[in-house]
Ligand binder design. Structure first.
Ligand code: FAD
Length: 458
């Protein structure tokens, strides 16, 4: 598998957005990097988000100004370095009897427009729905509101493109490979890894970055980290329904419990609705949208829409687990989306373990830079930060090549082979739901047939 005597610089545990961002940054700075992911790249939280690159308007209410500013700055950077994976979106926020007062919303939006310091996106504005197409799907009682700007992305593809670029810069990518254990030996980590085929092997590293998301606290303890790490695991679910309204905009709906629910345009023919907050104890529990969460999302939507939706309208549901800082707050909406680093290095000269806690998709790039700042004493020759200016790669499928079998939903054999050979895809779900969203437009029979085909032809 790998020369056990060779000493690499950095092992990154976790192929979610944070691990992917750190791998790309570190490999581009000249470090010898390996990234291990126990499942598929982006196979845990990083494909189950609301897919927004956003400042987090509601974090202003919790005075999280640092986080909002950084997120807005990152929004600008990602629009620049990933134009193929990001696009601006107008969010329509109707006022209701339970909304924050209009003047407070106006003030918050003014701050939101200015806090990041950039002016690429159109500013917020008040809107009267009688004169605006934004009002068309809304109930007659919704007369006024505000519009503001944020950005939509494709979370799984953003993660995969970061990993592809890390590999392009020389990183070894080890998907379906779990870090089983690690011990410090003469200033080096000796790490024991296991592949999906049960092959167990050792690799040596000067440092470990633990970006295991919901498993980060468990991993920190497994590797002997001394600080007691607090992570709150909070499940969020989404439903996807056939497109609810014309237009490319989104809606930000305030529910009667004070929470926000988004309606987002999704893959041409669909609307994505989310999300929820449910406390979870065990990261190994496979997240799934419960009946109650689906009903909650329908209820929140129906407070505003002219044509109500029902749970059975959902053509797809998915859920992910947020690994949040445990800041002692009981109300899950108020738990900060900030991130924190814990550096474990018992004595000078010991190989460091850097654990990442919390974060958002939006802040992954800056988080990666800061993670490497924390590891800089171990790597004094590391090149400077570079990712704020460098374009992320795009898929390069040869559209002139023979497409081969047509599996439905726009998925063909040529593309499937590309995902397997170039993007570490293995299972049908990796391709139907992460490399693409073809699964949404395929019927059950097509999905079953593709799964069978892949098992026979892989
Ligand atoms: C419902 C929901 C909506 C969200 N919406 C947004 C949004 O719109 N915008 C935004 O900015 N953020 C959003 N977020 C937050 C964002 O999705 C997460 O912060 C981010 O995806 C976390 O990434 P991560 O890399 O830390 O974790 P993950 O993506 O979970 O990656 C961690 C990886 O570590 C791997 N791993 C664990 N243990 C091991 C081991 N022993 N060996 C090898 N690999 C291991 C796991 O398999 C996993 O793939 C949302 C989150 C949720 C749940």
């Amino acid at each position: 598998m790998s020369d056990p005597a060779r000493i690499h610089d950095l092992l990154i545990v976790g192929g979610g957005i944070n691990g992917a961002g750190i791998a790309r940054d570190a490999a581009g700075r000249g470090l010898a990097v390996a990234l291990c992911e126990k499942g598929d790249i982006a196979g845990a939280t990083s494909w189950a988000s609301s897919k927004l690159i956003h400042g987090g308007l509601r974090y202003l209410e919790h005075y999280d100004f640092r986080l909002v500013r950084e997120s807005l700055q990152e929004r600008e950077i990602l629009l620049r370095i990933a134009p193929h994976l990001t696009h601006p979106l107008r969010f329509v926020m109707p006022h209701s009897s339970t909304s924050r007062p209009a003047w407070l919303i106006g003030l918050g939006l003014w701050l939101y427009d200015h806090l990041g310091g950039a002016k690429t996106l159109p500013p917020s504005a008040a809107v009267a729905f009688a004169d605006s197409p934004y009002g068309a799907p809304l109930q007659a009682a919704c007369r006024n509101g505000h519009v503001y700007s944020d950005v939509q992305t494709n979370d799984a593809r953003l993660t995969i493109e970061n990993v592809r670029d890390a590999a392009h810069h020389g990183a070894s990518i080890l998907p379906r490979t779990r870090l089983l254990s690690a011990r410090r030996e003469n200033g080096i980590w000796v790490c024991t890894l296991r592949t999906a085929d049960a092959l167990v092997f050792d690799m040596r590293f000067r440092a470990i970055a633990n970006a295991a998301g919901p498993w980060a606290a468990r991993m920190h303890t497994l590797l002997g980290g001394r600080e007691d790490i607090g992570i709150q695991l909070v499940r969020g679910s989404h439903i996807v329904v056939p497109r609810l309204y014309a237009g490319d905009h989104a809606y930000t709906l305030q529910n009667d419990d004070g929470r926000i629910v988004f309606l987002l345009p999704f893959h041409d023919n669909f609307t994505l609705i989310g999300t929820t907050e449910v406390r979870v104890r065990d990261p190994d529990e496979l997240p799934a949208a419960s009946t109650e969460e689906v009903a909650y999302l329908c209820r929140a939507t129906n407070r505003y829409l002219r044509n109500p939706i029902r749970p059975q309208d959902a053509v797809w549901t998915f859920a992910g687990v947020r690994p949040l800082l445990d800041d002692g707050k009981e109300n899950l909406s108020q738990v900060s989306r900030e991130y924190r680093f814990v550096l474990d290095q018992p004595r000078t000269g010991d190989a460091p373990l850097l654990t990442i806690i919390g974060g958002k998709l939006t802040t992954y790039r800056r988080l990666a830079e800061k993670a490497l700042d924390r590891l800089a004493p171990t790597f004094p020759k590391m090149a400077p930060a570079w990712t704020a200016q460098a374009l992320l790669p795009d898929r390069m499928i040869d559209s002139g090549a023979d497409p081969g079998c047509d599996f439905g939903g726009g998925l063909c054999e040529r593309d499937v082979r590309y995902f397997i050979e170039q993007e570490w895809a293995h299972d049908a779900d990796d391709i139907m739901w992460r490399r693409t969203k073809a699964g949404l437009s395929m019927n059950r029979k097509q999905r079953d047939e593709f799964t069978l085909w892949l098992e026979r032809n892989r």
